[in-house]
Write a protein that binds this ligand. Structure first.
Ligand code: ARG
Length: 273
């Protein structure tokens, strides 16, 4: 069970260019700071330890700590990161700061030769809860080729990767439409996936819980599962039923300022152990 997350304060958070269809409205930075503190508090109250990386002026999306590196490791291979190659040049600059943060703390850096392909960390690359495999979304941000190169590297370390093609531009990252609740159950917005991806998900989980389009657009798939809780930006009757059936207690936190940038709770942190 992961116990520590890395977060980045939203000091320089801004919406400058529309990198995804959710982006358009300007941010209220005072509200954003307040919401970010609440998210941090909810995660801490749920039993997580929080580490911070310093925000950098001019890096408007650095607050979305899920995207700059993939974090992995087990007792055999040790802790490692795979640096992302972000699709947007403005976000590529964030990666070096995160890589430095991890390098400084002893994580091995597994550099991929991505040759023009893109890979966006835990926006698209999600561990199965028992860490037996990695689910890898591609299509809008990470590319198929990027995921293939990542899969080849992970294969050598003993971690199988299952690619999942994304087909709805509003669900541009896997973490906007796919959220494992435990080793047997997953929350998905099914229309975001190609038929082959739906087949692969069906092979990986015993229980597939569906979200409606409306729920997906409200970032309900972008929740965080931690110690029997599900930290979510919203609660619907459908989600309440699903969580009850899986033995998870909902914790609701307002992330509306971050949703104007296309992200919610899951995007705002990365598990580091
Ligand atoms: N504005 C950011 C972008 O488009 C949002 C990233 C959200 N992160 C995530 N893991 N889905 O890159």
């Amino acid at each position: 069970m992961s116990k520590t997350v890395l977060m980045c304060p939203p000091t320089f958070f801004e919406v400058r260019e529309a990198k995804n269809p959710h982006m358009g409205l300007a941010i209220d930075r005072v509200r954003a700071q307040h919401q970010w503190e609440n998210v941090q508090r909810s995660l801490r109250d749920s039993g997580l330890k929080i580490e911070l990386i310093d925000p950098v002026q001019g890096l408007d999306d650095m607050v979305f700590a899920a995207n700059q590196v993939f974090v992995g490791g087990d007792l055999q291979v040790g802790k490692f990161i795979v640096p992302s190659r972000m699709r947007y040049p403005s976000r590529q600059k964030e990666v070096a700061f995160y890589v430095e943060w991890f390098r400084h703390r002893g994580y091995r850096v597994v550099e991929l030769d991505l040759q023009g392909e893109y890979l966006e960390g835990h926006g698209d690359l999600l561990w199965h809860p028992d860490r037996s495999r990695i689910w890898a979304g591609f299509g809008f941000r990470s590319t198929r080729g990027g995921v293939e190169k990542f899969a080849a590297a992970m294969d050598k370390l003993g971690f199988p990767v299952t690619p999942l093609e994304l087909i709805d531009k509003h669900c541009y990252h896997l973490d906007t439409c796919f959220c494992p609740l435990n080793g047997s159950a997953v929350l998905i917005y099914p229309e975001a996936f190609s038929p082959a991806a739906i087949g692969a998900i069906g092979n990986g989980f015993e229980r597939i819980h569906h979200l409606t389009r409306d729920e997906a657009m409200q970032f309900i798939a972008n929740g965080v599962v931690v110690n029997g809780r599900f930290v979510t930006p919203r609660l619907t009757a459908n989600l309440t039923g699903i969580l009850a059936g899986e033995g998870l207690a909902p914790v609701v936190v307002d992330t509306s300022e971050f949703e104007k940038s296309g992200g919610s709770v899951f995007c705002m942190k990365t598990f580091i152990d």
